[in-house]
Design a protein around this ligand. Structure first.
Ligand code: ADE
Length: 245
């Protein structure tokens, strides 16, 4: 999958994309990331990328011309791939959106900065707007990293184990239950015996119940939307009864 990222600060991405799983995915050509410095697409002597907001309002706004030129030079006019503007006004990113984006072979991300981006970018260039949460960052660079990371790990082959992504918290609509590794006893705290039992059916049942319990305790809002069996519902009902007593 290819990502084209348009930013005023390409140097911010070094480290995140050059480490660990993303580094390996790039080396294996499962993920290609191209960083484009919007400033390189200015045509004036001083390479200006922002200007005062019309009619005051305070703060600087990113100019439309270098952004349009950058995106259209790299991707053609009009671009034939999703062009996502990172903005706190976008739809709020989640695992379902990560899965949706992972279906594409190529996407573009535009990182806003300063007070915002000229509205014509949103209206006539972006095909989608995404926020990573209800808080305001200094720019769209960290959100772009978040999206690349969450999407890239869903691409087959990027994670070592084929089922690693499908067991994650949120993948099934539930939080994942507790995880343990060796030693079986640490400072007197033992790993639950069931995990050492070798009984795969019982372990699977225990894991499911732990995921349901954790989601019930921490994110009951997720349970309302999760895919639940009759057995799951009966277990949640028993948790509710325990809570009452
Ligand atoms: N730019 C600034 N804050 C942001 C957010 N929360 N999500 C996406 N882009 C942003």
């Amino acid at each position: 999958m290819r990502f084209d990222i348009f930013t005023l600060f390409p140097e911010m991405f070094a480290g995140v994309f050059d480490t660990s799983i993303l580094k390996r995915a790039r080396e294996a050509r499962l993920v290609e990331i191209f960083l484009h410095d919007i400033r390189d697409f200015t045509t004036d002597k001083h390479h200006v990328t922002d200007d005062y907001a019309y009619a005051g309002g305070g703060g600087m706004v990113m100019k439309p011309e270098p952004i349009f030129t950058a995106v259209e030079t790299i991707l053609g006019a009009p671009p034939r791939v999703p062009v996502i503007l990172l903005t706190p006004q976008g739809r709020v990113f989640n695992q379902a959106i990560a899965r949706e984006l992972a279906q594409h072979s190529h996407i573009a991300l535009i990182c806003g900065h300063y007070e915002g981006v000229d509205e014509r970018v949103r209206e006539h260039l972006a095909t989608d707007e995404i926020s990573i949460g209800d808080y305001v960052l200094t720019g769209g660079e960290i959100p772009a990293m978040v999206i690349v990371d969450a999407v890239a790990r869903l691409i087959p082959g990027v994670l070592g184990h084929p089922s690693a992504a499908s067991n994650d918290s949120h993948a099934s609509g539930l939080l994942e239950g507790p995880q343990y590794t060796r030693p079986a006893e640490f400072r007197g705290w033992r790993v639950p015996e069931i995990l050492l039992s070798g009984n795969h059916a019982q372990v699977a049942k225990w894991r499911r119940q732990q995921a349901l319990r954790r989601t019930f305790e921490r994110r009951p809002d997720l349970l309302a939307r999760a895919n639940l069996t009759d057995e799951d519902r009966a277990f949640i009902e028993s948790l509710k009864q325990q809570n009452k007593s």
